[in-house]
Design a protein around this ligand. Structure first.
Ligand SMILES: [Zn+2]
Length: 99
């Protein structure tokens, strides 16, 4: 299966332009479901921090949203601070309008 097949199966659009290939997306580690990283769309199988990742269908605005308080601590999502620092060296922008 090609990378684009993986993306299609995950409901992701295939990048067509340079800007789209550079777009940030939320990815998750392949060894667990609850640690999220940031990747460029051109290389969604690698986080910005270098971790091997899998695509998710999460919109970028979901980044940093805390898990439900009722969930046990190890079931709440964790967001990779390294990726965030690389993606946004000036600090995380307002993502609420992004998808
Ligand atoms: Zn990371």
């Amino acid at each position: 299966m090609s990378l684009f097949d993986v993306m299609k199966n995950a409901g992701m659009k295939i990048p067509a332009t340079e800007a789209e290939r550079d777009e940030l997306v939320i990815t998750e580690v392949s060894t667990g479901f609850w640690t999220y990283h940031l990747s460029r769309r051109r290389n969604i199988l690698r986080g910005l921090c270098g971790a091997p990742t899998m695509p998710t269908a999460l919109p970028l605005r979901a980044w940093g949203v805390p898990g439900d308080e009722s969930l046990p601590k190890d079931k709440r999502p964790v967001y990779c601070q390294k990726c965030a620092n690389i993606a946004w060296p000036e600090g995380q922008p307002d993502l609420s309008g992004m998808d």
